[in-house]
Ligand binder design. Structure first.
Ligand code: SF4
Length: 382
């Protein structure tokens, strides 16, 4: 309780005019500066006009922010020192602060980022020959509650803004060597992307635009647990993004146990929406299937899955579960994984086992955030 709250009952009944003006005991914290990328183009132009700068500076600043690997306004060397100083005083360079940075033996890099309100998200950079893929989050936490996933354990706190989604790509881009460039983006981090549809689409527009990263839509994959209405809306957006639908089970009974949100939808409706996606965009749909030992990895599950997907132009990605300490489930062994994959292929369903990246770091989605949140909570309790 503060000193002000210890006044005897009734003594607070005084008008504000009678209160003496006291010097402020606690300094009022400065308003956090708005991140430049969170500022609309029109606002930036208006601000430039108020300080007597030409319109073209907006494009110049944006190019510096996005395509060069700089860390501060001061590095924008073709702007005047005065303008750089004004930018520093009016905007923050980034809305994301790196809290933890892990680098795996295979050079996969994972970041835990703090947002302006203290919330945490994760993003990952994966390196393959000729390919640099970044994986980004779209929400703080996730409401879908998949039983194998660390991200869903704490529920959902809020949606990320378009700039917060886009900036994850920027932060990872700044980690890369000069001769590396981002070739692919997968929206498979924390959160259900299609539950944050509007901000997701804005972020994808920024990634595809020429003064963004100029990425082709075919280089971007959005993963969803299966929200039929949003899948159809996504199909009609006029771009050829890739769609990955997380199935994880070949029947509703088992799927509802693994992906509780399935209860209100059902597999048939999700697959019908994915079929529409293929019809409208011509893009082959991927089905993601996390293999959980003793739960959904038996030969009869593979048989049932092949019947469910028969006749469809699709591909199945098998993902042996990434261990999370807080969860009891594990991945099946290599022979069982291989057998599952071969069974699908024998029945005409193209399937591959996803290569595990960053095995020696906390690479499971949401694991870093979960660990950090638990540590923060423990230190508050002390
Ligand atoms: S797997 Fe995806 S949809 Fe499911 S809880 Fe995790 S982040 Fe959410």
């Amino acid at each position: 309780m503060s000193e002000f709250c210890k006044a005897p009952p009734g003594s607070l009944a005084v008008s504000s005019e009678s209160l003496p003006i006291l010097p402020t005991a606690v300094p009022v914290p400065a308003q956090p500066l708005r991140a430049l990328l969170d500022t609309a183009e029109s606002e930036l132009l208006a601000w430039l006009a108020t300080i007597g700068e030409k319109k073209f500076r907006a494009g110049q600043i944006r190019r510096w922010m996005i395509s060069r690997r700089i860390q501060a306004f001061d590095q924008m060397t073709d702007l005047s020192a005065v303008l750089r100083q004004q930018l520093t005083e009016h905007f923050s360079f980034s809305s994301l602060q790196t809290v933890r940075h892990q680098v795996a033996a295979d050079r996969t890099e994972k970041l835990l980022l703090r947002l302006h309100d203290g919330e945490l998200v994760e993003c990952v950079l994966m390196r393959d020959p000729g390919r640099r893929t970044v994986c980004v989050s779209t929400q703080v936490g996730c409401a879908m509650g998949c039983v194998f996933c660390a991200s869903g354990l704490l529920g959902v706190k809020r949606d990320l803004t378009a700039a917060e989604i886009f900036e994850q790509v920027l932060v990872l881009h700044r980690l890369m060597e000069d001769d590396e460039k981002i070739t692919n983006v997968v929206v498979m981090g924390i959160g259900e992307p299609l539950a944050n549809y509007r901000n997701l689409m804005q972020a994808l527009d920024m990634l595809c635009s020429d003064d963004g990263f100029g990425l082709g839509a075919r280089r971007i994959t959005v993963s969803t647990v299966g929200l039929p209405m949003q899948i159809r809306e996504f199909a009609r957006c006029g771009r050829q993004f890739n769609l990955a639908v997380s199935l994880h089970a070949p029947n509703d009974e088992l799927r509802t146990q693994i992906v509780p949100v399935n209860k209100g939808t059902g597999l048939q409706e999700i697959i019908a929406a994915a079929d529409d996606y293929f019809e409208i965009t011509g893009r082959r749909v991927s089905y993601e299937y996390v293999l959980l030992a003793g739960v959904n990895d038996q030969p009869h599950h593979a048989e049932e899955l092949s019947r469910l997907l028969r006749g469809r132009n699709c591909h199945v990605n098998l993902i042996p579960m990434n261990g999370v300490t807080e969860l009891v489930m594990t991945a099946p062994g290599e022979p069982r994984t291989h057998q599952f994959c071969e069974l699908l292929k024998d029945r005409g369903i193209p399937a591959t086992v996803r290569k595990r990246k960053g095995a020696d770091i906390d690479a499971a989605c949401g694991q870093l955030r979960l660990n950090r949140t638990a540590t923060d909570a423990a230190s508050k309790d002390e």
